[in-house]
Design a protein around this ligand. Structure first.
Ligand SMILES: [Zn+2]
Length: 275
């Protein structure tokens, strides 16, 4: 079976400072950049502000370019406190509708809150309520995938959260760059996730900052990471997550996207993951 490779949509006109800048023409161009680089799937990074008609046009353009609408990122994290639940759920109603109109298979979210003992049980219950609601609203054919940050304890918490959810369409998103920044570690994060892994944010850094570099341009050991993905039986899209507001350098949407596709293809070939 051919392995699918994907990339997220990047603002094609410089540094993105607010979602509203990413208008329909930019969305359409962003898809072309991804297709021209040779990817075959897409994550929509900034889509929540588009109208239903615009979302349908974006989805149609993706299909016309031969791109699988794989995932969408819902930026509001699972509520950290009881007081955040209502506004989070209001946002998730929109996110579910956005996912439906784009025709994606996965909705990516972060988990709000920290591991500070005082707020942990409130975090757990607020996170759970939001995860369950979003999974219900996206419907059984779409998966809600919760993303790791850099701490091992946080990833353990998220795994328990997903395991405790009574709905089957929940799972995990593995962000390699985040895992590389703390005590979690990329290979360990993948092994801990195991069969719950439903999608990826492949991105690289030097172990200092969340740079979202193309895979292979930082210090992640990709050979080991890709072996771990194989080991846990991951068969989803190998999706890259680059940045249109990178730290300490100017955005290079076309160059980064092209390098990401070239590097990822080479790394997958080296790992024996068939393309
Ligand atoms: Zn990510």
């Amino acid at each position: 079976m051919k392995t699918s490779i994907g990339c997220n949509t990047l603002y094609p006109a410089g540094r993105l400072t607010s979602e509203g800048q990413f208008t329909l023409p930019h969305q359409l161009r962003a898809l072309e950049v991804i297709a021209e680089a040779g990817f075959d799937a897409v994550e929509f990074s900034h889509a929540g502000h588009l109208t239903p008609e615009e979302l349908q046009q974006v989805a149609a353009h993706a299909r016309a370019l031969g791109l699988v609408p794989w995932s969408v990122h819902a930026w509001r994290p699972l509520a950290a406190t009881a007081a955040d639940v209502e506004t989070t759920l209001a946002d998730y109603r929109v996110a579910a509708q956005t996912a439906h109109l784009l025709g994606v298979r996965v909705v990516v979210v972060h988990s709000g809150g920290t591991m500070a003992p005082a707020g942990l049980s409130e975090r757990r219950s607020a996170n759970s309520e939001c995860l369950r609601a979003l999974a219900e609203w996206v419907g059984p054919k779409v998966v809600v995938a919760v993303e790791n940050m850099s701490a091992r304890a946080d990833w353990e918490f998220i795994i328990e959260l997903v395991d405790a959810c009574p709905l089957p369409n929940v799972g995990l998103n593995l962000d390699t760059g985040h895992a590389h920044l703390g005590d979690l570690g990329v290979v360990n994060a993948i092994r801990m996730a195991g069969g719950r892994l439903r999608t990826t944010h492949l991105q690289d850094n030097l172990g200092q900052q969340d740079n979202h570099l193309p895979p292979g341009q930082g210090t992640i050991r990709w050979e080991e990471a890709l072996a771990a993905f194989r080991e846990v039986g991951y068969t989803g899209c190998y999706l890259v997550e680059l940045s249109d507001c990178p730290i300490g350098r100017e955005p290079d949407t076309v160059g980064d996207t092209r390098r990401a596709a070239e590097n990822l293809r080479a790394l997958l070939a080296q790992a024996g993951i068939d393309r």
